[in-house]
Unconditional design. Structure first.
Ligand code: HMG
Ligand code: MG
Length: 300
């Protein structure tokens, strides 16, 4: 059965921008985040407190959080791979932090410079600090439907990691199809395994759209009772450690899908489309949201 309401987690300012090759002005990041909040998005991933040598585009995350004009009711979150990242996030009052494991040893080594087990040990430290400071903690698992280095991934491994992250205190696990290789069939197979042990209210989907299957996979997840969807305005982004992977599914496209299904989301689609068009103009890149391009063509 489909959920009545879906919560969107906007990851454009982090997942979207982390992979852009050019310089991104701090003012443009802030303008984007403010416009997204103004459009009604209440969960916005605004930055990442990772090693700036690894991901230079997120190096100014302190400045982003410090200069944000926070809208009441909006949660501004950040990635924190270790205690150092957590401390940076805490110093600038991130509303929420996220740890990010992978269901692939090869990807874990590339993305986090350590094994899955070593990453979980670092995440346990972040989790205990988050608990101590009463900061909500979200968990990601990358490569749930395939790894760019080692191929197929077992749903049982995803389940094991998801349970560990939940036991640490994550209130929700976002299932990342990092390279957008999943299909309706593999999404369904993964969720069947996870939902035997985990309540759907604890799961979100994070579908990259490399093979054009993200919306189909999201629809499959909605049918299984998942009601939290990560997406990126204008379909921005990709992962620096997954060569060739494109951005997340576009927020505008997800909103169009939800509208058609009569599912509430509380977000103003034209305003999101304008926010996406503006950042694409600043960055001189193509808008990857089909729905946004269609809407903007109609009104221009
Ligand atoms: P490392 O280099 O192995 O860390 O990085 P280290 O502990 O050996 O320290 C080396 C240096 O990094 C030291 O500085 C540390 O202080 C510094 P030095 O002494 O050389 O000057 N350092 C830090 N600096 C700032 N903030 C920190 C931090 N930690 C260490 N937090 C680390 C390990 C995990 C930090 C590194 O591998 C890293 O930053 N990885 C993150 C990569 C990343 O951001 N990937 C993209 C996001 S994940 C994603 O996109 C997937 C997702 O969207 C879901 C999906 O699609 O599947 C979430
Ligand atoms: Mg991602």
């Amino acid at each position: 059965m489909l959920p009545q309401r879906v919560s969107i987690v906007e990851v454009g300012p982090r997942d979207g921008l982390q992979n852009e090759p050019g310089t991104i002005a701090l003012a443009h990041k802030l303008e984007l985040i403010h416009a997204l909040a103004e459009a009604g998005l209440t969960r916005i991933e605004a930055g990442a407190f990772v090693n700036p040598k690894w991901v230079p585009q997120m190096a100014d995350s302190e400045a982003v959080f410090a200069k944000l004009k926070r809208k009441p009711g909006v949660r501004y979150s950040a990635l924190t791979p270790n205690l150092k990242g957590f401390e940076r996030a805490r110093q600038v009052n991130a509303s929420e932090v996220a740890i990010f494991a992978a269901a692939s040893e090869a990807f874990s080594e590339k993305n986090l410079n350590c094994s899955i087990e070593q990453s979980l040990a670092k995440f346990a430290e972040v989790a205990s600090a988050a608990r101590e400071h009463k900061i909500p903690l979200r968990g990601y698992i990358s490569c749930v439907l395939g790894c760019p280095y080692s191929g197929a991934v077992a749903p049982e491994l995803c389940l094991e990691i998801a349970q560990e992250l939940l036991n640490m205190g994550c209130y929700e696990i976002s299932l990342g199809d990092t390279i957008g290789i999943g299909t309706a069939a593999s999404t369904q197979a993964l969720l069947r395994v996870l939902l035997k042990r985990i309540d759907p209210t604890k799961l979100a989907v994070h579908m990259h759209d490399t093979y054009g299957q993200a919306l189909t996979n999201i629809y499959t997840a909605l049918q299984q009772g998942i009601a939290v969807v990560d997406s990126s305005v204008a379909g921005l982004g990709g992962c620096p450690y997954a060569k060739g992977a494109t951005g997340n599914v576009a927020t505008e496209d997800v909103l169009f899908l939800l509208k058609g299904l009569g599912i509430e989301h509380g977000i103003d689609l034209p305003k999101v489309a304008h926010a996406g068009a503006t950042i694409c103009r600043h960055l001189n890149i193509r808008n990857n949201s089909r729905a946004a391009v269609a809407l903007l063509n109609k009104t221009s």
